[in-house]
Structures are given as C-alpha cells and as structure tokens.
Design a binder for this molecule. Structure first.
Ligand SMILES: [Zn+2]
Ligand SMILES: [Zn+2]
Length: 190
C-alpha cells in the first residue's frame, strides 16, 4: 500500500489492514462497474496488483484474470446486501478458500492478518482479504459505511471512513460534477 493511501485513511475506525483491504475491495469492484472494463487484460491486472501492494504468487495468465473478474460481482454483494447476506458471503468466501487466519510480518509491514498462504491463487487471496475486513465491519455494526456513489450517473462503490459518516461520492470527480450541476440549476432558477 502506498503512503498516500495510508494517510488518506488516517482515522482508523478499523484495524489499518482492514481499512486498506476495504478500499482495495471497493477499487476492485469498481474496475468492473463502469462503462469501460478497467481490467481488460493481464497487464492491467498487473498494474492493479502493484498499485494496491499485493504480494504473493502470481500466475499472470488469462485464467487468473478470469477468476478475478468472477470475484468482482460477488464482492459487490457486500455493498448490496444487508448484514445477514453479508455475513453469509463472508463465511462462504472464507470457507471456499480454506481460510486460516495467521498473524504475519513481511516486507516493511508490521503484524497483520493473512488468512491465506502467499501461494494461494490471487483471486482467493483477494476474496479472503475482503471477507476478513468485512467481518470486522459487520461485527462492529458498521455495514452502512459500505456505500454506492450518490452521483446519478455513477454506480461505483466506496467505503465511508469519515467521522460523521458523511461521504456520499466515490470520488471528488463525482462530488464536483454533482455540485456543479446543482449550482447550474440554482443559477438558472434565479
Ligand atoms: Zn501482508
Ligand atoms: Zn461516483
């Protein structure tokens, strides 16, 4: 994970690794939610994996990319279902990947939880990391923080880690677009 992302999530509602995992899961879901496919090929997946600091083994093949594509609509379920559905999905993802939580230190990271081995398939590791993070969210009663962007023309998901639960948009681009549109309406009605 980059330093910029770490400081962006400074508030620490959840354990740091859980917050990073939630942001990574949202970003992964969003690669398949817009008009354009943002993970069209293995090279794009390589970039995504590097950007989000994933370590562990990689296949760099079409099967790996297909498995990641199949995972996205399942992870989107966390943003679409309530706590019961979300809990069932957490359990299913952990079970399917034979998750076994272990505290580990590696590279420059202090102790955090890995529930899969570094040799597990990338999509399994992504699924389990997201499931472990959402487990934290659900058991602290914070699932409403997983939101869909309020911009009418955007379907992206995001994670509201703000103190007053006020984040409505997936990005400043969406917030600005909606604010400009509202301003124009106000000005036209004057
Ligand atoms: Zn790690
Ligand atoms: Zn948006």
């Amino acid at each position: 994970m980059t330093v910029a992302l770490m400081t962006e999530m400074s508030q620490m509602l959840f354990a740091h690794d859980a917050e990073v995992s939630l942001a990574a899961a949202a970003s992964l879901v969003n690669t398949g939610r817009g008009e354009a496919e943002l993970l069209p090929d293995v090279a794009a997946l390589d970039d995504f994996v590097t950007r989000w600091g994933w370590t562990g083994s990689r296949a760099h093949d079409q099967a790996e990319l297909d498995a990641v594509h199949r995972l996205r609509p399942r992870l989107a379920g966390f943003w679409e279902m309530g706590a019961d559905g979300g809990a069932a999905l957490v359990n299913a993802l952990l079970r399917e990947a034979n998750a076994l939580p272990q505290l580990v230190k590696h590279d420059s990271w202090d102790y955090h939880v890995h529930a899969t081995s570094p040799e597990a398939p990338l999509a399994d590791r992504m699924a389990v990391e997201a499931a472990m993070a959402v487990a934290d969210v659900i058991r602290s009663g914070q699932l409403e923080r997983l939101r869909i962007c309020a911009a009418p023309d955007c379907d992206n998901v995001h994670v509201d880690l703000s103190k007053n639960r006020s984040r409505r948009f997936c990005s400043t681009a969406c917030a600005n677009r909606v604010n400009v549109a509202a301003y124009r309406v106000r000005r036209a009605s004057r």
